[in-house]
Design a protein around this ligand. Structure first.
Ligand SMILES: [Zn+2]
Length: 177
């Protein structure tokens, strides 16, 4: 049954988003008393003897302490962090490049604080210069994401409307193209 593999948002006991699991896994966690259903977005599942709420969001009963995975630096994650918006002209586009704010040949690192999404015209215009040298300004200072929300949760948020309030920094107006 397809619904058994539908995604369920798993929140920590303190309501922080932890993970995404399947409906099947969520049933197991709830059945074992490890989680409670917080939102039931998908109606009910009938068995011969009972009626089960199909969860959309579950919350763990006990707080899980674990080191947060760091957001990895991939093109896609940078574009997601920057919301598919050129960080120089603010144009929203999927035709983006990675720009090193301080160019690599000037010692700029390939890290979250020095890499931004840039449209091709802006990247071409900036070329091997720093933003001040090119008379260009960043829309927003690049930052290291606190958590890999981009990879873990954002791909679901277009469809899973009820998840959005638990996932920080989701832009309700813009979303992702
Ligand atoms: Zn641009």
């Amino acid at each position: 049954m397809a619904i058994a593999s539908a995604p369920v948002l798993v929140l920590n006991q303190n309501y922080e988003p932890l993970n995404v699991c399947t409906v099947r896994r969520a049933f197991v966690l709830v059945d074992r008393g490890k989680a409670e259903i917080l939102e039931n977005g998908r109606g009910y599942l009938h068995s011969p003897t009972a009626l089960y709420m199909i969860p959309s969001i579950i919350r763990l009963i006990y707080l899980i302490r674990r080191p947060r995975p760091q957001g990895r630096l991939t093109r896609r994650d940078v574009f997601l962090r920057d919301r598919f918006t050129c960080q120089y002209c603010a144009k929203h586009t999927k035709d983006l490049t990675l720009d090193h704010v301080l160019p690599r040949h000037r010692g700029g690192g390939h890290d979250w604080k020095n890499v931004v999404a840039a449209c091709k015209p802006c990247n071409h215009r900036k070329a091997g210069r720093t933003p001040p040298e090119a008379h260009m300004h960043l829309v927003r200072e690049p930052f290291r994401p606190p958590f890999s929300f981009y990879r873990t949760f954002y791909p679901y948020l277009e469809d899973q409307v009820e998840w959005r309030k638990f996932v920080p920094d989701w832009d309700f107006d813009g979303g992702f193209a």
